[in-house]
Design a protein around this ligand. Sequence first.
Ligand code: ADP
Length: 545
Amino acid sequence: MHGLMSERPLLISAIIKHAAVYHRDTEIVSRTVEGGIHRYTYGVAERRAKRLARALLKLGIRPGDRVGTLAWNTFRHFELYYAISGIGAVCHTINPRLFNEQILYIVNHAEDRLLFVDTTFAPLIERLAPHLSPECRIIWMTEEGAEPATGLSLPGLPCHEALIRAEDEDFEWPGFDERTASSLCYTSGTTGNPKGVLYSHRSTVLHALGISLPDAISISASDAVCPVVPMFHVNAWAIPYAAPMQGAKLVLPGPRLDGQSLYRLFEAEQVTLALGVPTVWLSFEAHLSATGARCSTLHRILSGGSAVPPSMVEAFAGHGIDVRQGWGMTEMSPLGTTAALKAKHLGLDRDAQMKVKAKQGRPVFGVEMKVVDDAGQPQPYDGASMGELLVRGPWIVNGYFEDAEASAAAMDEDGWFRTGDVATIDPDGYMQIMDRRKDVIKSGGEWISSIDLENAAIAHPDVAEAAVIAVPHPRWAERPLLIVTPRADCRPQCDDLLKFLAEHFPRWMLPDDVVVLDQLPHTATGKVMKIRLREMFRSHPLPER
Ligand code: ADP
């Protein structure tokens, strides 16, 4: 017997409709690409998104068509999220930090019909345009008259503001199946070609509800939320959906993500909650420490995308800011787990609490996890048994866009997605990532967690960033090499660092050598590019230890 409840589809347009009615005067504030501050409300944003939706239909965009964006976190990008998905087309956000060849592959693979582009990316478009299909047309996300001068003869489409100006807002968001594709995001693909993750309206709405919960990101109508994570990286971790859904003020930082610019924006707009990768927060914290500046409203940061070093959590605690670790991936929309404490942890001392917070955390309802050994056998929740982490749930992929080979490799026969991460799960359900499968160090048959060593190294006062990689070794197969960058005016020393690490690790786990570099190579999503480091140090001579 079925229940007698309405089956209204879960559509993204319902989010902006809700915000426009119940949070009509709540603000969206953007630092624009041009440099100034722009502010308007959810009420105005919905009206402009409707005009844009009409313009897209007039340009011939139909349900299922892909519309690309190359854009920073601003109000115009926000409007596109709703205008494109709202008519049943697919909002394809593209990471401009990828290599040109990767961007071309992505745009051509997705068969984007239009590309909405921030004017700062004019040089990039000049490089790409000769290789784009003639079916793919460019629209500049700017005012009339402010379009950049390029050496290209692009077919003259109106700019973003001209499109909006030419339409009225007499438009009803169409209804359709909630399983309709809504947005597309390619993973950066450190090996092979990038792979497309195609979200649906249903997955997006359920994920936005899930991440809003108190033990997930905890978003309320009394918050001002700033996604520092870009809208071209897994939809800014879905904050552009969750903030209007919950009625939170949305503060969009545009292209300026340095410590001082963020600090000024947070103070001016009374930001209470901000989200981003550890690299961003390490430099923000360095700014607070160097200037003695205090954040008057910011009291929570959600950080993830790579392991959050406990020393960073401690440093922010000293500024009165609580850092919560989140874990996920593009294939998971992205949020899977957070390291929020349980009631049983509240009475523990700081060190014991920190051990919990340093894990990647327990799942948001909807996300199922298991760790399996090489034979595919599930491992116990004992906090020690390691294996590959598999996940499934309503906002987790079941295949990649137009890529049967990658889909078959990623999914098992029961619909579990192979994350490619090696992890443990403890009896309380807290998962801990030991390494990405391809970053694992196996020395004399034993695993050494590069993440554990990096977290410890970064706590040294001379170290700004740290990476540990495997270097081939004739006797042990692989041995760890520590690569660090110095903090301002510091000169980290090998022996000193090894002594520091020896307080936390058995001798056989300690790196065989330490290399100091001015900077580490980063991927387009702000993670240390270990593949590049492994190439650089493949034949690094390790001293006998
Ligand atoms: P990309 O590889 O393109 O950066 P994602 O942004 O989807 O792709 O990142 C997924 C990877 O980042 C996964 O291997 C995942 O385990 C890792 N990751 C995400 N959050 C954390 C975290 N808090 N700690 C450790 N690893 C993390």
